[in-house]
Design a protein. Structure first.
Lengths: 263, 282, 346
């Protein structure tokens, strides 16, 4: 399948990706602009990066967002994956309804979810803060993992599992040796998607966060009220670079330690 | 573990769902029947007013508008995202990794900021207009921002990764030997695609349609930001009622109706495509 | 493959524990939770308070007044020490019993307040609140982009401004200026009159380029709009960017808004809260704050030192404040607004 030439297929991929990156490129570009408004280029400057470094509140918000996204995507990965497997084996009257309910959080407008969560948490006397944020975020992360793993399980060739069991493997063994590796890509993409959704969520977070807590999107969103400073462009650029570096580093690590790996 | 006990895995999901999804939703249903009191919130007195109010043509139009936009967004996403996921699935392992990486990176930057990027691009004195003017293609700036096309661009852009990921997941695990077999048996390229590839990737496509159509019914801040608040979707109507309008029961009723509509749509879709093997997907 | 995944998960957990751990374990210190919109205080002012009293200020944000009220009622008037919000929502907060009376002995600078902003509907006896800036939405236009000479709201209906007017997104304010242009009150309760205003609003739709609360002023700078109806802070900002623009005090009358601070009834640290309100009434502090947020100065004692742009012109003595109206009238305003917005998109 290795081709050096530009096939229509790769050309198409490149074109879509290019358009995808246009708005990001302008955001990055204007983070170096020596003016507050992104209308005209007034010269190269790093002043927004300097102001960003001085902004302790923004950094604190960034840390909160990372903790929140990590916690809720992991919780969603565990609950969602187990749930997808469990419901495959379940024959229950109420199953359709339960599955519908489990995916409901991504069907409701976020603002309703946020308001309802808030009223409900107050009802349960849960203190507003990281805990309520994690619960709320987990609830809308689960459907992503659940749906993705489910799609994978439904499309999976059942005969492989059956063959393994016919050969005498225990169900648990079959699961870990056959099923799990097959659904792992789905779990991972669900998990990544969850992380990204949580890291980016603003509407629900505003409702369920505590008095002393702020996440990055909340900061950005509230800044939109009073005017976006290119500080935010600068932060985005840094996050972008961090993501790219992280991925490159993990790829390098994989290559170094990957001698024994079957891939 | 015996085979029959696998269902135990579903317990955490079900418990979480009952406590943190069903509970809040029941609360919302209750609120939708409560009596609004301007200025001070609402009173627990049963009324159907909130639902009766929805018959006003103004509000019906919001539903129609949301539906149309969600449909257009999903259709464009299928058109752009399916071929993308498909092509991506045919790349080499390394190619897949690179493209996956490139698809995911924008996801990690704030979606609000990416919308802001589109504003910078599309505005009257923006990058795109400057480019077109410089090339002599237009004489005066195009008014793209704050229009329907701008909203559509924003919506498709925001939701495309969902479609791509879903389709890709399906394509990637597809058994290509089946396509080859079909070709060997004399099926044309198109026929092999329709009968084998499309069928095998349908779960992914379905999943992608769900993951784009459903959120696009509720997404409103894209229409507000790129459409200059001029396209009133149910989502923004709900937000209006919830915040400025100060009518939570009406907002809850609208949300209930929206949730009911999306459910109906999904049910219809499943019926029409007759994909009964996807049972349990929704 | 599996082992790797488990190891990865463990590593992630560990990272999580580390990240969340490093926030805890700080020494117990006094704090004041200040709840308001983003960017309402310059950092120096907050730092100044901490320096003087040793109380750390936690700056907490909401996006809409209504979100604040929700949060505050969910917390039963606790959790927050000082809240700064809009006039009409404070009336609701007071009615819901969420606001504590001021301890005037702890707010010795109370006399510094400009009486113009006292005795208002949300606090007729000046028992609960300290005003923090006033806003008057105004029209700003770009004389190079339109030939229309704008004098009042009525001019926004001029067909020459087709597809080139930007307005803010507050449904009561926009309904209100329509009513003002008809010679009615912004707080009209008569449903027939409100319906007429709705009709008139629809005629404005073809002129609307965008409806937006955030950065509405940018539309004048980036060429999207020729005229804009803006909040005070936006007027200040846009005039600083482009002094060639023209500000119009509409001849039909002005809408008025006051932001004010109050102490919730179960505030955890009331002493610090009163001290804070007292602090922001100091002339120097008021000056710094008002110049930062760009709203009209409400601390009379600071009028002489603050930027003259931020002192309300003496001609403005009778602005009308938007107040809560009856359920039916509110419904009608909402309906007008939705219909108007949908008409703008056609």
């Amino acid at each position: 399948m290795k081709k050096r030439t530009l096939t229509p297929s790769t050309l198409y991929l490149a074109l879509v990706l290019l358009i995808n990156y246009l708005p990001i490129v302008v955001v990055v570009l204007f983070s170096f602009n020596d003016a507050k408004l992104p209308v005209a280029w007034k010269g190269f400057s790093l002043r927004w990066y300097q102001e960003l470094a001085r902004d302790a509140a923004l950094m604190e918000a960034l840390r909160n967002s990372l903790v929140l996204a990590l916690a809720s995507s992991l919780a969603a990965a565990v609950i969602g994956t187990l749930g997808a497997i469990g419901t495959m084996h379940l024959r229950l009257r109420a199953k359709g309804v339960m599955d519908y309910l489990a995916t409901l959080p991504i069907m409701l407008p976020e603002i309703i979810l946020g308001m309802v969560f808030m009223a409900y948490f107050a009802l349960l006397r849960l203190p507003f803060g990281m805990l309520t944020l994690i619960i709320a975020h987990t609830s809308f992360c689960i459907p992503y993992v659940f749906l993705m793993v489910r799609a994978r399980l439904v499309g999976m060739d059942k005969s492989i599992e059956e063959a393994a069991r016919d050969l005498g493997a225990s169900p648990v063994r079959t699961f870990f040796d056959i099923t799990l590796p097959l659904i792992l890509p789905a779990i991972l993409s669900g998990c990544i998607l969850s992380f990204a959704m949580s890291f980016d969520d603003v509407v629900i977070s505003i409702f369920v966060n505590g008095p002393t807590l702020s996440t990055l999107p909340i900061k950005v969103y509230t800044q939109l009220r009073t005017g976006v400073t290119p500080e935010i462009n600068a932060l985005c650029t840094i996050i972008l670079i961090a993501v790219i570096l992280f991925r490159l580093a993990s790829a390098a690590l994989r290559r170094m330690g990957g001698a024994g790996s079957h891939r | 573990m015996k085979k029959e006990r696998w269902w135990l895995c579903a317990v955490p999901l079900y418990v979480f769902t009952l406590v943190f999804v069903l509970g809040p939703v029941l609360y919302m249903v209750a609120v939708s029947f409560a009596q609004n009191e301007a200025g001070t919130g609402f009173r627990w007195a049963f009324t159907l007013d909130n639902f009766a109010k929805m018959r006003d043509p103004v509000y019906i139009r919001c539903f129609r508008e949301s539906f149309r936009l969600a449909l257009a967004t999903t259709a464009l996403n299928v058109l752009i995202g399916y071929p993308f996921g498909y092509c991506m699935g045919r790349l080499s392992e390394k190619g897949k990794r690179i493209v996956m990486f490139l698809v995911m990176v924008p996801f990690w930057t704030s979606s609000l900021i990416r919308l802001y990027g589109w504003i910078i691009l599309l505005q009257a004195k923006g990058t795109l207009n400057k480019l077109l003017l410089a090339l002599g293609l237009i004489d005066e700036p195009l008014k793209i921002l704050y229009s329907y096309p701008a909203v559509l661009i924003g919506m498709v852009y925001a939701l495309l990764p969902f479609m791509i990921l879903a389709v890709y997941t399906s394509v990637e695990k597809m058994d290509w030997t089946l396509v080859e077999a079909a070709r060997d048996l004399g099926a044309s390229r198109a026929r092999a695609f329709l009968t084998v590839t499309l069928r095998l990737t349908l779960p992914g496509l379905m999943s992608g349609v769900i993951l784009t159509f459903v959120p696009s019914m509720g997404l409103f801040f894209i229409a507000d930001i790129l459409g200059g608040n001029k396209i009133v979707l149910v989502g923004s109507l709900i937000q209006d009622q919830m915040t400025r309008g100060g009518n939570q029961p009406f907002a809850a009723a609208l949300a209930l109706m929206l949730a009911a509509m999306t459910t109906l749509m999904l049910w219809l879709y499943r019926r029409l495509t007759g994909t009964s093997e996807l049972e349990g997907m929704f | 493959m599996l082992k790797k995944t488990i190891a990865l998960l463990c590593a992630a957990m560990l990272l999580l524990a580390l990240l969340s751990g490093c926030g805890a374990g700080k020494a117990e210190e006094q704090q004041l939770v200040l709840y308001t919109w983003e960017s309402m205080f310059p950092q120096e002012v907050l730092d100044g308070f901490t320096e003087r009293t040793g109380v750390k200020v936690i700056y907490s944000n909401f996006d809409y007044d209504e979100t604040m009220l929700e949060k505050l009622s969910a917390a039963k008037g606790g959790d927050y020490d000082v809240v700064i919000a809009d006039d009409y929502i404070i009336e609701q907060a007071v009615l819901s019993g969420l606001v504590s009376e001021l301890d005037k002995s702890a707010v010795s600078n109370f006399g510094n307040i400009n009486p113009l902003y006292q005795g208002q509907f949300y606090d007729p006896d000046d028992k609960y609140t300290v005003p923090y800036g006033a806003g008057i939405p105004l029209i700003v236009y770009d004389p190079t982009a339109t030939d229309v000479e704008i004098k009042g709201y009525e001019d926004l209906w001029n067909p020459a401004l087709a597809d080139s007017v930007a307005i803010t997104a507050n449904y009561r304010v926009i309904n209100g200026i329509t009513l003002l242009s008809m010679g009615k009150s912004m707080n009209e309760e008569d449903l027939d009159v409100i319906a007429q205003a709705g009709e008139k609003l629809l005629a404005l739709a073809p002129n609307i380029r965008l409806i937006q609360d955030d950065n509405t002023q940018d539309a004048l700078l980036n060429g999207e709009a020729a005229a804009a109806f803006l909040y005070t802070s936006q007027v200040t900002q846009v005039m600083a960017e482009n002094p060639a623009l023209k500000v119009v005090y509409p001849e039909e009358g002005l809408g008025f808004g006051i932001m004010a601070g109050f102490v919730p009834v179960n505030a955890p640290n009331k002493d610090a809260a009163f001290a804070f309100l007292n602090y922001i009434l100091e002339p120097e502090v008021s000056k710094a704050c008002m110049e930062y947020i760009g709203y009209y100065n409400t601390t009379g004692a600071a009028d002489d030192i603050v930027d003259p742009m931020l002192v309300v012109p003496s001609s403005v003595s009778s602005g009308e404040i938007i107040q809560n109206v009856s359920e039916a009238a509110n419904d009608a305003y909402n309906r007008n607004w939705t219909e108007f917005r949908a008409a703008c998109g056609q």
